[in-house]
Design a protein around this ligand. Structure first.
Ligand SMILES: Cc1cc2nc3c(=O)[nH]c(=O)nc-3n(C[C@H](O)[C@H](O)[C@H](O)COP(=O)(O)O)c2cc1C
Length: 440
């Protein structure tokens, strides 16, 4: 008996005009695409034709309006939980993963919205459960200061328990809607949550039937110790940032071990690093496209992006051509990203300006610039050496970058037997090879 080949999973991480910080300034790019539904619809259809597992949409609940605001893109974006139900209506198979924060939402709201998205899309919903790395969000929710790191994770853990409990309010067959007898639902199958914990008090039940997938797919992206533990216990997919193969391998090993320690099988948790990519027909052509984007980087916008990624550290007093200063451990931002960027600058002795250019396309995720062969080689190496179960693909500029990936890299991966040539499942769980949760 032959076993089916292991296939990689692909997410299309759609970031407004593209992931490169200067993409919006490129002549081929529609500068307002990040708030244009039709642009998103075209991208989602493109990714679906290429058989991607899912599209992935990041979020924050605050606009970037710091000193560099007039020079930085990404001050405006659409709400993912409004965008993705609309995209569900113009697609049929691709998964739809929306980011939503546990720090500045209530669990009943999110349980209901994701259950609704799962029904609207026929089982294609995914939730990127984050703890908010943007301190500016606090001021939009009645606080003067961001919630601290440990507290954010304690809240996230309880949030997940409440949301999944609400999704299990009803059995799959609770709503009998029997016209003859007049019974609308079977009360014996109803489970009222009655949760009372340190952060939330939620009675339930949810006023949406059990989601098509049982539970929508849960994605997480924290990589601090607290983030890894939470993901190992509760996530289906981990989205993660690595600049190098060895750090991706160490992360992969660690996460699979933590999943096993939490009583799960290693395959229950899919590890998908981000892949920042510029692809063209030849290596030289790809390099030219990349160089054209790099030439558009505005140092003010670039340094502001770097400062945010370091945990809102004020870099304005430091010379652009000097080294990165010593940084205090961030309590408001992403600890894992701060560590990644500090290590990158230290290992390669980068100045602030050089570090900005290094992360302009991928914000610290591995960046590959080249032909389909070059890109597929890197993906195959990571996939086959226990660094990745798939990738969240981050095109530098949109739509051309996704188009080039779909027309050049996807066929190359398919030729190598590494990626599907047609969807075999209907739901996002089926695409990812994940079990449907049984209601306990
Ligand atoms: C690859 C990646 C993508 C993320 N996307 C978002 C996002 O869209 N919105 C958000 O608020 N946080 C986002 N985060 C933040 C995390 O999910 C996490 O909750 C927070 O950074 C704390 O991370 P830590 O555990 O590494 O300290 C992202 C993190 C990573 C690594």
């Amino acid at each position: 008996m032959t076993t089916a080949a292991r296939l990689m999973h692909l997410g299309a991480f759609l970031m407004e005009t593209g992931h490169h910080v200067a993409a919006w300034r490129h002549p081929d790019v529609q500068a307002d695409a990040g708030t244009d539904f039709r642009a998103y619809a075209a991208l989602a259809s493109m990714a679906e034709r290429a058989c991607f597992d899912a599209i992935f949409v990041a979020d924050s609940v605050a606009a970037n309006v710091d000193d560099s605001a007039t020079r930085a893109a990404r001050s405006d974006r659409l709400d993912p939980l409004t965008l993705l139900p609309a995209l569900a209506a113009v697609t049929a198979r691709i998964g739809l993963i929306a980011t939503a924060t546990t720090t500045y939402n209530e669990p009943y709201h999110l349980a209901r919205k994701f259950a609704s998205l799962d029904h609207i899309s026929g089982g294609r919903a995914g939730w990127n459960l984050v703890t908010s790395d943007n301190a500016a969000e606090a001021r939009n929710f009645g606080r003067t200061e961001h919630v601290g790191h440990a507290e954010r994770y304690a809240r996230a853990r309880e949030f997940h328990r409440v949301v999944t409990g609400l999704w299990d309010s009803w059995a799959d067959d609770s709503f009998v809607r029997d016209k003859a007898s007049g019974a609308y639902y079977d009360a014996a199958t109803l489970r009222v949550l009655n949760h009372d914990g340190p952060h939330f008090s939620v009675a339930g039940p949810l006023n949406v039937p059990r989601p098509v997938q049982g539970w929508p797919v849960v994605v997480q992206a924290g990589a601090s110790d607290a983030g890894r533990d939470l993901a190992a216990q509760t996530a289906d997919v981990v989205f993660t940032a690595h600049a190098r193969l060895d750090s991706a391998q160490a992360f992969y090993r660690d996460m699979k071990a933590r999943a096993v320690a939490a009583g799960r099988a290693p395959g229950d948790l899919k590890i998908m690093p981000g892949l920042s990519v510029v692809v063209a027909r030849t290596d030289d052509e790809a390099r030219e496209r990349f160089d054209a984007l790099q030439a558009l980087v505005d140092p003010v916008a670039g340094v502001a992006m770097l400062a945010r990624m370091l945990g809102n550290f004020d870099l304005s007093g430091y010379p652009l051509d000097g080294p990165l200063p010593e940084l205090p451990l961030t309590d408001s931002g992403q600890r894992s990203r701060q560590a990644l960027l500090t290590a990158l600058a230290g290992d390669e002795r980068l100045t602030i300006r050089e570090l900005v250019l290094r992360i302009a396309a991928g914000r610290g995720h591995v960046t590959v610039v080249g032909s389909a062969t070059t890109v597929a080689d890197l993906m195959q190496t990571w996939f086959e050496s226990d660094a990745a179960d798939g990738f969240n693909v981050m095109p530098a500029e949109l739509p051309a970058g996704l188009d080039a990936f779909c027309s050049l890299v996807v066929p190359e991966l398919q030729r190598r037997g590494l990626f599907r040539t047609a969807y075999t499942g209907r739901t996002l769980r089926e695409h990812l090879g994940l079990q449907r949760p049984v209601r306990a």
